[in-house]
Design a protein around this ligand. Structure first.
Ligand SMILES: [Zn+2]
Length: 244
């Protein structure tokens, strides 16, 4: 039985096969899924519409629930030309890859789709795409339930100075030194009181202020994000590739 369905989606990943077919990883409000588009089978050169970061509506069908969906039609709703800018492109990759790894085989919060769509629009339009990328990356982690809570030292409730990476918590210097002994000491990353306040704003403050008042020391925040993601999510190529 051929069951045709229609779904809105963002193209997170696109892998051309030697045959000329394209396998796309798509993010929809219901979650991440993969589909194949056969070369020459889509009317009107539709394969180009399945380009990276495109906002599309796809028509597809699959014979069985676990089959790869076969795309029969693609309608392009929006292509964000600003994402091709060299200063925006790496961050678009970062959001797409993070969204992909955070939603693979996970129940997906439907706000994830809206957040990625909003992040890509921000990267497309904003004069400071790096600030957009940093804020939205932390927001995606928060939505997936893996962002740290850094409002107080988790050990004593006092004023924190370190991000304690394994637990996703903040610690004061004394508590950071006392947890896990020397072996884990380098998992406590010094951000200082201001740095942790900035991190808190990125994770849970109003998104507009997180973008418009980015951290002062961005390199330090990118290092924090990279180490945090390595520990809690795994290897995210787009993040490792950033020059920070
Ligand atoms: Zn403490």
């Amino acid at each position: 039985m051929r069951r045709t369905q229609v779904r809105d989606a963002l193209v997170l990943r696109r892998s051309p096969l030697p045959s000329g077919d394209v396998v796309a990883t798509l993010l929809s409000p219901t979650g991440t899924w993969r589909a194949i588009a056969r070369k020459g089978r889509l009317p009107g050169g539709n394969l180009a519409r399945l380009s990276l970061f495109h906002d599309v509506t796809v028509q597809f069908w699959r014979r069985h629930d676990d089959d790869l969906a076969l795309i029969t039609q693609v309608q392009l709703n929006g292509a964000l030309a600003g994402l091709a800018r060299p200063e925006a492109y790496p961050y678009a990759h970062l959001l797409a890859e993070l969204a992909d790894v955070l939603t693979v085989e996970q129940p997906v919060d439907e706000r994830c789709y809206a957040l990625v769509a909003s992040g890509l629009r921000g990267l497309h339009a904003h004069a400071d795409p790096e600030a957009v990328g940093l804020a939205y990356a932390w927001r995606l982690l928060a939505l997936a339930g893996v962002a740290p809570d850094v409002r107080a030292c988790a050990g004593c409730g006092g004023e924190p100075s370190h991000l304690w990476i394994p637990a996703g918590q903040a610690r004061c210097a004394a508590c950071a030194a006392g947890v896990g002994g020397d072996r884990d000491a380098n998992e406590a990353l010094f951000l200082g009181r201001e740095g942790l306040a900035e991190l808190d704003a990125l994770v849970r403050g109003p998104l507009a202020s997180a973008v418009h008042q980015p951290p002062v020391d961005r390199a330090r925040h990118w290092r924090a994000l990279r180490r945090f993601v390595r520990w809690h999510v795994g290897h995210v190529r787009a993040l490792e590739a950033l020059p920070c």
